[in-house]
Ligand binder design. Structure first.
Ligand code: NAI
Length: 287
């Protein structure tokens, strides 16, 4: 299938990522159905898209007519059969739990023809394992977007062990059609982005622990010396120390000691210093 042939798509899960993905799909001309388990989650997702696009119009970044056309193309439902009726693509953005994703992909596989592309936005789970529960696992790929979806350019296209070349190629082209910059990664723990991002983040924490420099100065080394848009410690504060700890623990089980979480990270999480959301992380956010 050619990405230009994608006329209708379903996005499963209307939370942080799902509503962003639905917005970008609708903006690039795809009739998009947003599915969630409760009507108020669907409504909230659609309202978020509307608010984002209104803000875009206010700032002069989105034409009012383009917003209106995208909103026309976007609909919401709590009925899976309605969401996936005659779609060419399904993008899943439900919580990061294997049992939920496996149940969904099992159902999608039994309901949809082999030509329908099934993409998961998982940030860490093995795409191959998700694919293997479905009929025709060759049409399953990872399509890892970044938050906020309408702004962040990167999409990691993850090739599961059984993904077909055609499924990967269509996903790459679809990501481009959505205005994104795709990279292709094999199904390996942490893909490219999390594995490298966490490695740098953990080393920066060990440097704070070893009193090499202050958090501010370590971050400055990377922003001014290496052109990072944000230092690894500030980024950790924004993502959440608890989130980064659980990814590090997972990567440690896969890659061994080089991903062992530093003591300072464990201690901060135990004290409830989770970063910006709790007011304290490597930085003080209370002010
Ligand atoms: P979220 O919690 O904001 O949204 C998940 C949505 O899925 C909720 O609206 C929930 O009601 C719905 N849901 C739960 N079970 C469902 C089911 N069986 N069928 C349909 N909908 C269901 O989660 P978020 O942050 O959007 O994450 C979704 C996925 O995207 C996860 O796999 C996550 O790892 C991944 N991801 C998250 C990023 C982030 O920054 N939040 C970044 C990149 C990937």
């Amino acid at each position: 299938m050619n990405a230009q042939d994608v006329k209708r798509a379903a996005v499963i899960g209307g939370g942080t990522m799902g509503n962003g993905i639905a917005q970008v799909l609708a903006m690039c001309g795809v009739e998009t159905r947003l599915y969630d388990i409760q009507q108020d989650f669907v409504d909230r997702g659609i309202a978020k898209v509307r608010a984002n696009l209104d803000k875009g119009v206010e700032k002069g970044k989105v034409e009012a007519a383009a917003r209106d056309a995208a909103m026309e193309r976007l609909s919401g439902t709590t009925e899976l059969d309605v969401a996936i009726d005659e779609v060419q693509v399904v993008i899943e953005a439900i919580p990061e739990k294997m049992e939920l994703k496996a149940a969904l992909f099992g159902e999608l596989g039994s309901k949809l023809g082999a030509d329908v592309l099934l993409a998961t936005n998982t940030s860490s789970l093995p795409v191959t394992e998700i694919a293997n529960v479905t009929v025709h696992p060759e049409r399953v790929v990872g399509m890892h977007f970044f938050n906020p979806v309408h702004i962040m350019k990167l999409v990691e296209v993850v090739r599961g062990n059984g993904s077909s070349d055609e499924a990967v190629a269509t996903t790459v082209e679809l990501a481009k059609r959505m205005g994104k910059e795709p990279i292709t990664v094999v199904d390996s723990p942490g893909f490219a982005s999390s594995r490298l991002g966490i490695a740098i983040g953990l080393e920066a924490m060990r440097m704070v622990e070893g009193e090499v420099a202050s958090a501010e100065d370590i971050d400055k080394a990377m922003t001014l010396g290496y052109g990072f848009p944000m230092g690894p410690l500030k980024l950790t504060d924004l993502v959440g120390l608890d989130v980064r700890l659980s990814i590090a623990e997972y990567l440690q089980t896969e890659f061994g000691e080089r991903f062992a979480p530093p003591e300072i990270l464990r201690e901060k999480v135990a004290r409830g210093e989770l970063g910006k959301k709790s007011g304290q992380g490597f930085y003080d956010w209370k002010a």
